[in-house]
Design a protein around this ligand. Structure first.
Ligand code: GDP
Ligand code: MG
Length: 604
């Protein structure tokens, strides 16, 4: 393929605006997949994606398209829309020259539309605005055009109006890709320079690296070197994703495809790495900003004998998702485990779900925490901490106030887009979350864009749910990292009959300790089954109790309903009760169902 007939592009949008559906239509139009009535989000291959109806992992597909007698190769990279996965988006963009910015004709510009646009803009990509869902009864493409002009400064006549669902006008999207996105700037005569922009792990074939070739050619049998590790490999297979792997003889500069080269160890295929030919070293391509975890949680096997299985599952999964950071950790109560860093709570849930579904692992997760910092008073520099300013990703290691001159908490710049009628309520919500307003603009007659500086810990868990429910689902939210600010923080323990619950140790703002402690106790009360004795649930700061709830004693007799002598039924019930016990964790003498902790975190 001549380079001038290649286009590399991505589809970006707010969640649910129709990226994956548009990708389906493009795959059909180019004959990549058969046109049937049930092609639904074919690029969403993961089980969790299908269940949640969201795209988690970017996917690549190479499309062949004939236009005015010329054949084009269009490499499409579908991306996730949710804020937690914006790292995937920026990675995908590094392999592209242009994007389709999809906006729902009914909902208009939303918070992630703005965030994703700026990622593309900063990467200096051509942006093609596509207004989707024009078939909807309440579609108002004219209004969306005006928003696009106002917020992104893109003339309204550049917008393409389509219905991805019905296929209306989708052909002109392909036309625009060819006309408005430039071919990649590459040199095939130069020695190989390939960017690893994604990688997946296959149990049988090892690492499958997704590569974009900036220079040169790579063929099966070539010896290649990783610029990152300096290790040499022999290429076993190259090919394009169509969207399933289709082996080819070679990959040329300008192409996007996959490469298998016997990389087995999870650390070998670093995303952002440059590959070159043996004895022909090149300047590595600029890598990526490494993903910055926003939320940390401890992860432990339910049963310590499962440690090694869980370890290998975590390693494999982190290869598929290099934005998760992993440190070994251990706890007296929970044994050996890890402290994992995630981009957000959804990311954490998805990771957990993938562990359970794809690797059949069962884990205990501790309360998520944001990365706090503490500046230690130098006179009392404590041996266990090497530096003056430390980052605390484990609340159990939160240093006492007597050793600290200042605590710091991470902050983010949040964008809220909402119909005007909810502005008042939203401002109150933001205030309750200790946020500071930075900006407010109307993006059309009755839609407002608000900017707030939020402490990260105030939005990590449930801000989004609260925002959605008080705006009847109409407000959207996105945020970016904005550094640190001073904060008065305290460590809070939750006790069950006097024993600390390791899963629930948490760091909170001083002013919020009382209300957060009370809420956790109340929620824990609701999710604890009654036991043979009374259970005291307490929240404490140091030795000071700040909240308390009690669960009354109760004898649960599973056989009570079984009158008569049906022995098999009795056995079944007893067996079921025994199985139920397996999912319990014992804290002191109290049995806690494993999912109680998750419930405590979620419903606020
Ligand atoms: P993504 O999250 O951006 O990938 O969005 P999806 O492609 O998964 O689409 C989200 C929802 O919008 C799905 O229920 C689609 O069927 C629906 N949808 C996508 N495009 C259209 C369209 O043109 N018209 C209508 N009415 N619905 C659409
Ligand atoms: Mg999708």
């Amino acid at each position: 393929f001549p380079v001038e007939n290649i286009r590399n592009f991505s589809i970006i949008a707010h969640v649910d605006h129709g990226k994956s559906t548009l990708a389906d239509r493009l795959l059909e139009l180019t004959g990549t997949i058969d046109k049937t009535n049930n092609n639904k989000q074919v690029l969403d291959k993961l089980q969790v994606e299908r269940e949640r109806g969201i795209t988690v992992k970017a996917q690549t597909a190479s499309l062949f398209y004939n236009c005015e007698g010329k054949q084009y190769l269009l490499n499409l990279i579908d991306t996730p829309g949710h804020v937690d996965f914006s790292y995937e988006v920026s990675r995908s963009l590094s392999a592209c020259q242009g994007v389709l910015l999809v906006v729902d004709a009914n909902e208009g510009i939303q918070a992630q539309t703005v965030a994703n646009f700026f990622l593309a803009f900063e990467a200096q990509l051509s942006v093609i605005p596509v207004i989707n869902k024009i078939d909807l009864k309440n579609a108002d493409p004219k209004r969306v055009e005006k928003q696009i002009e106002k917020v992104f400064d893109i003339p309204s006549d550049e917008c393409i109006k389509i219905s991805a669902k019905l296929g209306t006008n989708v052909e002109s999207v392909l036309q625009a890709v060819i006309e408005r996105i430039p071919p990649p700037k590459v040199h095939r005569k130069n020695p190989l320079r390939a960017l690893v922009f994604d990688s997946t792990f296959d149990q049988y074939r090892g690492v499958i690296a997704n590569v974009a070739l900036f220079d040169g050619v790579v063929s099966k049998g070539d010896k290649i070197v990783s610029a990152h590790t300096r290790k040499t490999y022999e290429v076993n297979e190259v090919g394009v994703l169509n969207p399933n792997e289709l082996p080819t003889h070679k990959l040329y500069a300008g192409q996007v495809g996959y490469l298998i080269a016997g990389m087995k160890d999870v650390t070998e295929a670093q995303v952002g790495d440059t590959l070159y030919l043996h004895k022909q070293p090149v300047e590595p391509l600029p890598g990526f900003k490494s993903a910055k975890p926003m939320v940390f949680a401890g992860m432990y096997p339910v049963d310590q004998s499962e440690y090694n299985n869980l370890k290998s599952a975590v390693e494999k999964l982190t290869l598929n998702d290099s934005s998760v950071t992993v440190h070994r950790d251990s706890s007296l109560a929970l044994g050996a485990g890890w402290r994992l860093g995630f981009l957000g709570l959804l990311h954490m849930e998805v990771f957990n779900q993938r562990l359970e579904q794809e690797y059949n692992a069962s884990v205990i997760l501790t309360t998520p925490t944001v990365p706090y910092k503490a500046v230690l008073s130098s006179a009392k520099l404590i041996k266990e901490y090497r530096e003056k300013e430390i980052t605390i990703i484990n609340p159990a290691q939160f240093p006492d106030k007597s050793k600290v001159t200042e605590y710091l908490e991470p902050v983010v710049l949040g964008t809220v887009i909402t119909p005007d009628e909810y502005t008042g309520k939203i401002m109150m919500l933001c205030q309750a979350r200790r946020a500071i307003q930075k900006n407010m603009v109307f993006i059309d007659q009755n839609r407002v864009m608000l900017k707030y500086l939020f402490p990260l810990n105030e939005i990590v868990v449930d801000f989004y749910d609260s925002l959605k429910s008080l705006s009847s689902g109409y407000a959207s939210f996105d945020y970016e990292d904005a550094g640190y600010q001073t904060a008065e923080l305290v460590k809070m323990d939750i006790l069950l009959n006097g024993n600390i619950v390791e899963e629930l140790v948490t760091v909170v703002h001083k002013d919020k300790a009382h209300s957060v402690g009370k809420a956790i106790c109340e929620r824990l009360k609701d999710s604890l089954p009654r036991q043979l004795f009374e259970i005291a649930i307490q929240a404490a700061i140091g030795s000071k109790i700040i909240a308390r709830e009690t669960v009354k004693a109760y004898r649960k007799n599973v056989l009570a309903k079984c009158y008569g002598g049906d022995i098999t039924r009795k056995m079944k019930l007893l067996k079921r009760q025994a199985e139920g016990k397996k999912k319990m964790r014992k804290i002191g003498n109290v049995e806690v169902p494993k999912d109680a902790f998750i419930k405590v975190l979620k419903t606020q």
